[in-house]
Design a protein around this ligand. Structure first.
Ligand SMILES: C[C@@](CO)(OP(=O)(O)O)[C@H](O)COP(=O)(O)OP(=O)(O)OC[C@H]1O[C@@H](n2ccc(N)nc2=O)[C@H](O)[C@@H]1O
Ligand SMILES: Nc1ncnc2c1ncn2[C@@H]1O[C@H](COP(=O)(O)OP(=O)(O)O)[C@@H](O)[C@H]1O
Length: 276
């Protein structure tokens, strides 16, 4: 199957409202799909093997979320088919844009279709959660208000928007941020109706800014144009622009040591229709 997109996400806000006995953090967040992303290509194999074609710096094939997703789908369905998978990595890794999780979600959706394993959206989301807390959202396939560890999802109706996304050139480790002693873990829960950018924040941001000064510098730089915030556990930061022209103008001003993109919100995941 040619060229399957794996879109990125922004966390418009992220509150840590508690912790589970197993150490995972209970969150509230607004997830938004945007039109930046990786691309994947899938070919079916009759011999049952799952092969990643090409390499991903720092990630062995057996650890790649794409390979793990394919093998998990085989294990859960008993499917005897395999796949050759090519990943065209465009999103920064450890960027808080959910790239690895989105790659895994696209793999589950595409192979469920190609292998005709017949799982519905809920079943795919359940498998996805075993791979990462963000994976169910990408299979859900639309903007969402998330609770639990990010797997309890409700639809959010948001107007279309343009964003500037800046990658400050560092990779932030998600476990490092969540395990920080100074992390705020008791933010008062809000209701979905009360969600507004002005009254929310990203609780992970102060921890990441403290440990990665370039994240703080990128937030400060972007803040001269519009209110700016970190996405997920970082390192990327974003701001909403008034429209495409403004987004592109800000991107063209970005300091050369960072990367910046103008990104548009996506109403639906590009593969939304492939899932029942
Ligand atoms: C913070 C968020 C917000 O969307 O995104 P990213 O910044 O990673 O994109 C997610 O919750 C991240 O999800 P994901 O990147 O899939 O993390 P996982 O692989 O599931 O977890 C990595 C590690 O982070 C910690 N972790 C993760 C999620 C969570 N709710 N509580 C945690 O304590 C755990 O130590 C876990 O072992
Ligand atoms: N296909 C993949 N793409 C990106 N990262 C992957 C992949 N498979 C495994 N990983 C691992 O997951 C980590 C976090 O990935 P990524 O999704 O890019 O960041 P984030 O969760 O901050 O958005 C990477 O640093 C890498 O070690």
């Amino acid at each position: 199957m040619t060229d399957c997109p794996a879109p990125a996400k922004l966390n418009l806000f992220l509150h840590v409202v508690g912790r589970r006995p197993d150490g995972y953090h209970l969150l509230q967040s607004a997830f938004r799909l945007i039109d930046l992303g990786d691309r994947l290509h899938f070919g079916t194999r009759a011999d049952g093997l799952v092969h990643r074609l090409g390499s991903l710096p720092g990630v062995a094939a057996d650890d790649d979320l794409v390979v793990r997703a394919a093998r998990l789908l085989q294990a859960r369905t008993g499917c005897a088919l395999g796949a050759d998978i090519t990943l065209d990595k465009r999103l920064p890794m450890g960027g808080g844009l959910g790239g690895g999780s989105s790659d895994a979600a696209t793999t589950l959706i595409a192979l469920n279709h190609l292998w005709q394993t017949g799982l519905d959206r809920t079943a795919l989301q359940e498998i996805g959660l075993a791979l990462g807390a963000d994976v169910p959202f990408f299979i859900y396939g639309r903007d969402a208000f998330a609770e639990g560890v990010g797997e309890q999802l409700r639809p959010l109706e948001l107007p279309p928007a343009w964003y500037v996304v800046v990658s400050p050139g560092v990779a932030v480790s998600t476990p490092e941020i969540f395990s920080a002693r100074e992390l705020t873990r008791n933010t008062e829960p809000i209701t979905i109706a009360a969600f507004a950018a002005s009254t929310t924040r990203n609780d992970l941001q102060p921890v990441a800014c403290n440990r990665y000064p370039e994240v703080a510098a990128a937030i400060d730089w972007l803040a001269q144009f519009a209110p700016s915030r970190m996405t997920g556990s970082g390192a990327c930061v974003f701001a909403q622009a008034a429209g495409e022209d403004e987004a592109k103008r800000i991107v063209s001003d970005c300091p050369a040591r960072w990367r910046a993109w103008a990104a548009r919100s996506l109403a639906r995941h590009p593969l939304f229709e492939l899932v029942d």
